[in-house]
Design a protein around this ligand. Structure first.
Ligand code: NDP
Ligand code: 8X3
Length: 252
């Protein structure tokens, strides 16, 4: 029987790249995100290209009831999830703490921390019932180091780092593996979302160096997932060669 991966934030960037890679590896997929049209299009593409089954479940991870109900509504066969990729997340703004926007802070905390928790509670219960599973939590270099004006985004990713460690402790007796993946700069829609659609400002983030691409992170995740069952990769930090720390990037 094919294995199942549930990916949050599959409509773009790292989540979408994971969908392609796990489809290539013959996983059946549960794809989630808010933009249902993108999910449907991706599901059709992967089904045709890789002959796998795909379920689409569109919800906003910030909405607790929506998360619980949407996941609960999935047919029973989809609840035998082998791999959960907690990837949905975002940054909003890049301002000093004294100028920060309350709304941006709420959005980041509600998405990156609370959203990840809502999905994890539901899916980890399915995994506990199966006495197996692998949870991948997408943190960031921003959760390992704080950079100027990164304040609340960094704090949310530090929380993901802590939750990754906490999940490993709480789930260890249930045979569930837990891995934190912490990327540096990856060129996706991330900066466009951070700067609220300002494409020129977003593009400048990646000027003068070769950033990671989403497939680099998907391959790293696949490395962790494809280790033998007795091996758990606790965490990995992956950066572009031109990036030495969260704030130090060599630009030509
Ligand atoms: P993208 O903006 O390309 O993708 C973000 C994904 O998250 C989208 O699929 C989006 O789907 C989903 N998402 C955002 N908010 C919500 C929500 N409220 N409910 C459901 N889904 C949501 O960025 P990336 O692929 O780069 O980001 C993926 C993860 O990687 C994030 O957690 C990010 O913090 C992390 N990361 C990114 C790095 C980078 O440099 N790009 C570096 C380190 C970590 P939709 O809008 O359709 O809901
Ligand atoms: C995203 C990368 O540049 O904010 O987590 O550290 S960055």
């Amino acid at each position: 029987m094919s294995k199942i991966a549930l990916i949050t934030g599959a409509t773009s960037g790292i989540g979408e790249a994971c969908a392609h890679l796990f489809a290539r590896e013959k996983y059946n997929l549960v794809l989630t995100g808010r933009r249902e049209d993108r999910l449907e299009k991706l599901a059709k593409k992967l089904n045709t290209k890789f002959n796998i089954e795909v379920a689409v479940s569109a919800f906003d991870v910030r909405d607790r009831e929506q998360v619980i109900n949407s996941l609960d509504e999935l047919p029973a066969k989809w609840k035998k999830v082998n791999v959960l990729i907690n990837n949905a997340g975002l940054s909003q703004g890049l301002d000093p703490i004294q100028n920060g926007s309350y709304d941006d802070w709420d959005t980041m905390i509600d998405t990156n921390i609370k959203g990840l928790l809502y999905v994890s509670k539901v899916v980890s219960n399915w995994m506990v019932a199966n006495n197996a599973g692998h949870i991948i939590n997408i943190g960031s270099i921003a959760g390992k180091e704080v950079y100027p004006n990164g304040n609340v985004y960094c704090a949310t990713k530090a929380a993901v780092d802590a939750l990754n460690k906490a999940m490993r402790i709480d789930l260890v007796s249930h045979g569930i593996r837990v891995t934190g993946i912490h990327p540096g700069a990856v060129e996706t829609e991330f900066s466009e979302v951070r700067f609220k659609g300002d494409k020129d400002r977003a593009k400048k983030v990646y000027d003068g160096f070769e950033p990671l691409v989403a497939a680099d992170i998907a391959e790293t995740i696949w490395f962790a997932v494809s280790r033998p069952a007795h091996v758990n990769i606790n965490e990995l930090i992956i950066m572009p060669t031109a990036q030495a720390s969260a704030a130090i990037i060599s630009r030509k």
